[in-house]
Design a protein around this ligand. Sequence first.
Ligand code: SF4
Ligand code: SF4
Length: 445
Amino acid sequence: MTAATFKRGIHPPESKNTGGSAIEMIYPDKGEEMIFPVQQHLGAPCKAIVQVGDRVLMGQKIADSDAYVCAPIHSSVSGTVKGMTETVIPTGATVSAIVIENDGLYEESPDIYKWKNNERDGYDKLSRDTVLKIIREAGIVGMGGAGFPAHVKLNPPKDKKIDYIIVNASECEPYLCTDNRVMLEEGERLVSGLRIILRLFDGVKGLIGIETNKPEAMERITKITANDANITVIPLKPKYPQGSEKQLIMACTGRQVPSGGLPADAGCIVNNVDTVVAIDRAVRRGRPLMRRVVTLDGGAVRRPGNYKVLTGMSYDSLVKAAGGLKEPPAKIISGGPMMGVAMFNLNIPVIKTSSALLCLTGKEAELPPERNCIRCGKCVSHCPVGLLPLELNMSALANNDDLFVKNNGLECIECGSCSYVCPAKRHLAQSIRSARRRLLAARKK
Ligand code: SF4
Ligand code: SF4
């Protein structure tokens, strides 16, 4: 099968330095204070349902809300609630958080294992509503970065006929290797999770889109799905931003999501690799979402690798547990270098959507000075959405909102491809992102 892809896009250096590093579990120290933000998802924030002084168990629900678009938060350790605080999260937002002192015992909550017999009793007999309820109660969100609650995504409006469930295994961001490792080490769980999702819809097919720069993972998943007529592995040409939902849908199905629409408008639902594995863990074994795999990389890191980390543990603890730093980082990024968020320090908790932590040296973080546009058109010819980044940049800098909207600035997926290819090193994506977010926030109000 020839490898599929989408139109335009870029080819940044892959820097998949940790692709050969097996996932390593690391634990926080006994007595360490774990920080659990009450919002780790898109939608309504949760409210704490524990009090200062309470003893909590691992897997216990500690924050929830009645809102539909919301996902509860669980403690990843047993210990004592020490207080309530505010913390910056890897998206850059500041939110309320619960502080729990880890007693190092990892005593499991009986509540959360109430579905643990599903594996023994046949989880495939569970009704659609029960499966969605388990996914909701387990606090599962899109773990690729967006954090959209999974029970909402998997329950589209009745008038949207879903034809394809797509697993986003493209992992096109430089440095990131967690999906690759999860496919190699937990491939059966991934396929099992996809089969659980497929049972929620009539006449739906499963597609797993994997870039061809991950040949071992592709071979492994192809082997596991060889006898499953309902699941197809789609080889994808390595290109950025292939992991963006609309581009992935185009590459895997040839379908276009309408302007302003959602994947369901094109008959598709896209889920990230870790999310599908988390669904398998929740439905078959009753496990809530309280750990995730994080790629730790960058020239300042002593031991780059892929680490399974408990949510609530700080980036600082993660780095220390992984051998510390060789030198103070000149730049810290939560996520990949293209779409990640720059952080001021490492006192940030790992949350459900933390896919990577990069600690870059001065040389790695160096940015050439911004110069005048030379009207070369490169930003236009590489924009995956077909926008005019140079025009959007000018309207954003001039605060000309009408022109920005007229030029479809709100359609920007903030991928950074335009800035990457610009020979004048103009901060195109940065200015477009700021204008877009300001306008969206105003509309929401
Ligand atoms: S304008 Fe937006 S979508 Fe287009 S390349 Fe720039 S950041 Fe990406
Ligand atoms: S790529 Fe840079 S220099 Fe070329 S047209 Fe776009 S903004 Fe101008």
